[in-house]
Design a protein around this ligand. Structure first.
Ligand SMILES: [Zn+2]
Length: 232
């Protein structure tokens, strides 16, 4: 395993432009991922349907105008590799590139035609400081480039540090996130249709808490999109 990692790193040293999904060297015209990986991305196609498994995650919990995920999160597969490269290896180009592809797809759907602005789910400042960036903001920037809508990443903020969610029950996770988000400037969001963005959808607890907060503002509508969907 270690040896394999070492060889991969060595290869990257000599061939810096490798596909961030499969590791193959990129040829000219290819950026971030190779044509084959692009073609094989497990797109959900859910953005064209008002009722879909992502929208269903929020039914009875919070009123989302529309909800979708771009890709299926295939464990051990290319999507996991891409998200890993984005989150833990600082490859922002992955978030921008996939965000643009995703935004292009959303432009084909009437469900997202009235979006006014894009808000990434905020990381706690401490975590953002450790990582150096918020992966959801990077994805939002890619979406913004394709959709021609502004990113507002300093209005919805995280108030307290939440401990790791992975070992908690669904209720505990909700308890953990329900009061942690705050709004800085209400007037900026009044009457707006907000597109809330995160990297991976799992239980939806964080997105639910963010949406609840945004829906406290007068006349707001919230839709949500994530890059990938990890089926529970
Ligand atoms: Zn590839």
């Amino acid at each position: 395993m270690l040896q394999k990692l070492w060889i991969t790193d060595l290869l990257k040293l000599f061939f810096p432009n490798n596909c961030l999904a499969c590791g193959q060297a990129l040829v000219r015209q290819e950026e971030v991922i190779c044509l084959e990986c692009n073609f094989k991305l497990p797109r959900t196609g859910f953005h064209l349907h008002e009722e879909n498994p992502i929208a269903r995650v929020f039914w009875g919990r919070v009123n989302m105008e529309a909800a979708t995920s771009f890709l299926f999160f295939n464990k051990g597969g290319n999507v996991q590799q891409l998200i890993h490269n984005l989150k833990y290896r600082g490859k922002k180009s992955v978030g921008i590139y996939l965000g643009k592809l995703f935004g292009g797809a959303l432009n084909e759907s009437v469900l997202y035609a009235s979006i006014d602005l894009i808000i990434p789910v905020p990381l706690h400042p401490k975590k953002q400081h450790q990582r150096g960036f918020n992966q959801s903001t990077v994805i939002a920037e890619g979406l913004s480039a394709a959709m021609k809508k502004p990113v507002v990443d300093d209005n919805l903020i995280r108030l307290v540090h939440t401990s790791s969610q992975t070992k908690k029950s669904r209720y505990k996770r909700w308890e953990n996130v329900k009061d942690v988000f705050g709004i800085v400037r209400t007037y900026e969001l009044e009457g707006k249709h907000i597109l809330l963005v995160d990297d991976v959808l799992t239980t939806g607890a964080t997105l639910e808490a963010c949406a609840q907060k945004l829906l406290e503002i007068e006349d707001t509508k919230v839709s949500t999109v994530t890059l990938a969907y990890a089926q529970a």
